[in-house]
Design a protein around this ligand. Structure first.
Ligand SMILES: Cc1cc2nc3c(=O)[nH]c(=O)nc-3n(C[C@H](O)[C@H](O)[C@H](O)COP(=O)(O)O)c2cc1C
Length: 165
């Protein structure tokens, strides 16, 4: 199965996590949404989408500008990851991934890698939480590298079978 890891990143944090995820999926393509075209994305059978959160709980700029409804996700496996900052933005923590989750769910994606526990995170409110669980992998900007790597390793192992290439 062809897999695209598609991310939006303003200062590079989400790009770095995307690289880590890519290192766990041999054969997957890494695509910056800032340079992507819907036609190019629509060739893939499955997706891992990643975004940071900006402003007052908004999607990262390049995601904001992209015609997300033009991505054909119906029936395809889709996993999501989000980057945020719980200490500074506890009222809108990682909202961006929640916005993508809502949209791609509505468009018929088969969401995987969701139902992640929020244990160990400290925040007030987040669109990334549905029924008490995160809708994907959440990496806080302030996580030490080792912790980010550990979380990525665990999460990617849990979704790998859905993207058997
Ligand atoms: C102006 C500004 C607004 C932000 N707003 C939020 C927010 O609402 N929620 C959140 O979780 N993180 C927020 N963040 C934290 C970013 O998501 C974080 O810095 C992230 O690492 C940026 O990733 P990127 O460089 O890949 O875009 C904000 C950061 C800045 C600078």
């Amino acid at each position: 199965m062809s897999l695209a890891i598609v991310y939006g990143s303003t200062k590079g944090t989400t790009a770095r996590v995307a690289e880590l995820i890519k290192s766990r999926f041999e054969g997957a393509d890494l695509i910056n949404i800032a340079q992507a075209k819907p036609d190019e994305l629509n060739r893939y059978d499955g997706f891992i989408f990643g975004t940071s959160t900006w402003y007052d709980g908004e999607l990262q700029d390049d995601w904001e500008e992209f015609d997300k409804n033009a991505i054909k996700v119906e029936g395809k496996p889709v996993a999501l990851f989000g980057i945020g900052n719980q200490k500074r933005h506890g009222e809108t923590f990682s909202n961006g991934i929640g916005i993508l989750h809502e949209l791609f769910s509505k468009n018929g994606a088969k969401i995987i890698g969701d139902k992640n526990p929020t244990d160990g995170y400290v925040f007030e409110k987040s669109k990334a939480v549905v029924d008490g669980k995160f809708v994907g992998l959440i990496i806080d900007q302030e996580f030490p590298d080792d912790l980010a790597k550990e979380y990525v390793a665990k999460w990617t192992s849990s979704i790998k079978d859905n993207f058997a290439i």
